[in-house]
Design a protein around this ligand. Structure first.
Ligand SMILES: [Zn+2]
Length: 453
């Protein structure tokens, strides 16, 4: 296996238990695994036997960022007229008819575009929540797109089963039969899920939300996931309307609903959780239930400020998510880290959330939420997933503390990105699928979707 040495990083951020940061840092990896981390001087003996030596002068090296919540198919419905200035339920009702016209090619093109955007902004592992399957769309379309870009991928088989006529939010044309949902979920787990260390693809079970599926499907999904040994994911307590729906329809708050149906535990992560109350935060901490915090989406839809400080202090595992590009409308995790930090400071004061703490959520925190102890830090034995950030740019120059500047200054460009020791971005460009091919496919799909709208 080839040995690669990265050296002379201005700072190498390990995200290990001691939060070590190494000046003039170096990292060596063999195949997909980190074999040594230290100063450039300490690792200099490896230079002679290395197959490649990468000079990271002027750069900061961090573990790859981890995205815990996305709907990649939405990347083709950014800034859609009529959905730009509304809250969650109104926003969904505007978008459902457009999403109903998607074909497998559109989902592939949107996923490829969203993952390219994530790769170029330092993300090495992304989850995805696909919950509508019109016109022959399958989860397979997204997994194929992820392989083409080269990112690690935690796909989740979402679902909607309660349409408008049954008191749900989505149109009846977009909901599926519950037996068919469970059968297809079993199919994609059996076909794609890799439980092993270093897995490039995992599959989770992910009914869309309490307001679009039945209690029965939530319960059966949890049973199925536990039987298969895969994780569970859904939206929970996103905004006040969401909580009101739970109280009216189920007679309880979202936390109780989740607990009763088996939706707590270290194998579960919920998106948003903006409206969790103190008892629900305690429930999540006791059960090690994870949260995907999506601050930009929460701001965009006016959902509120999540109790991030309280969740982290209580011991709730928290990662960051960009959420779908119809509600952000960007897919940049450093942007989310910055927004997470700023929102806590705006509501609680200037000392409420540190820049490094936000960076830790974006890396180690996300890896924990997605059940990946093999990722999230740069230490011998961990997978070689890392980003090389070019700090020699106008907007980063002038920073004294380059690590804090990753979050405090505008997000710098990613010069190089490696996943499992393989290059995904080099010199600021995609390695596997040309940028023009990604944009071309997306533009063809966008034209078709617009012509039908
Ligand atoms: Zn979402």
């Amino acid at each position: 296996m080839t040995l690669t040495l990265v050296r002379h990083a201005e700072a190498l951020v390990t995200m290990d238990d001691g939060a070590a940061e190494i000046a003039d840092g170096a990292l060596a990896f063999r195949g997909g695994v980190v074999v040594a981390v230290g100063t450039s001087a300490e690792l200099s003996p490896l230079a002679a036997e290395a197959d490649e030596v990468i000079d990271a002068a002027g750069c900061v090296v961090t573990p790859g960022l981890v995205n815990t919540h996305h709907h990649l198919y939405q990347t083709l419905t950014r800034a859609l007229p009529g959905a730009t200035d509304v809250s969650l339920f109104g926003w969904l009702k505007k978008l459902y008819p457009v999403w109903a016209t998607y074909t497998p090619d559109d989902v592939f093109a949107a996923t490829q575009l969203g993952l390219a955007e994530l790769a170029l902004s330092g993300c090495t592992l992304s989850s995805d929540h696909l919950y509508l399957f019109p016109n022959g769309v399958t989860l397979d379309d997204t997994i194929e797109a992820a392989a083409g870009i080269g990112l690690r991928f935690h796909a989740t088989r979402g679902a909607m089963s309660v349409g408008e006529s049954a008191g749900g939010l989505p149109p009846d044309s977009l909901v599926e039969d519950e037996a068919a949902i469970l059968n297809d979920t079993i199919r994609v787990i059996d076909r794609f899920h890799d439980a092993g260390e270093g897995a490039m693809v995992r599959v989770g079970v992910a009914p869309c939300s309490p307001f679009s599926v039945s209690r029965g499907l939530m319960r059966d999904a949890a049973l199925l996931a536990r039987d298969k040994g895969v994780m569970l994911h859904t939206h929970l307590a996103e905004d006040a309307e969401d909580v009101a729906f739970s109280l009216e329809r189920f007679g309880c708050r979202p936390g109780q609903y989740a607990e009763e149906l088996g939706w707590t535990g270290p194998d579960v992560w919920h998106a948003h959780c903006v409206q969790l109350d103190p008892a629900e935060i305690d429930l999540f901490a006791r059960t090690r239930t994870g949260v995907a915090h999506c601050p930009c989406s929460n701001c965009r839809l006016g959902s509120g400020i999540a109790p991030l400080r309280a969740m982290v202090d209580a011991g709730v595992p928290v990662g960051l998510g960009v959420d779908g590009s119809a509600s952000n409308d960007a897919g940049h995790l450093l942007g989310e880290a910055r927004q997470a930090m700023l929102l806590q400071r705006a509501s609680l004061g200037g000392h409420a959330f540190a820049a490094r703490e936000a960076l830790r959520l974006a890396t180690r925190g996300g890896a924990q939420v997605l059940g990946r102890p093999d990722l999230g830090s740069l230490e011998p034995g961990k997978r070689a997933d890392f980003a090389v950030w070019d700090m020699a740019q106008i907007a980063s120059t002038g920073a004294w503390d380059l690590v804090a500047a990753l979050v405090l200054a505008p997000p710098p460009a990613v010069r190089d990105l490696f996943v499992e020791g393989r290059a995904v971005v080099r010199r600021g460009d995609l390695v596997r699928t040309p940028r023009c091919a990604v944009i071309g496919a997306a533009q063809r799909s966008l034209s078709r979707l617009m012509s039908l709208a």
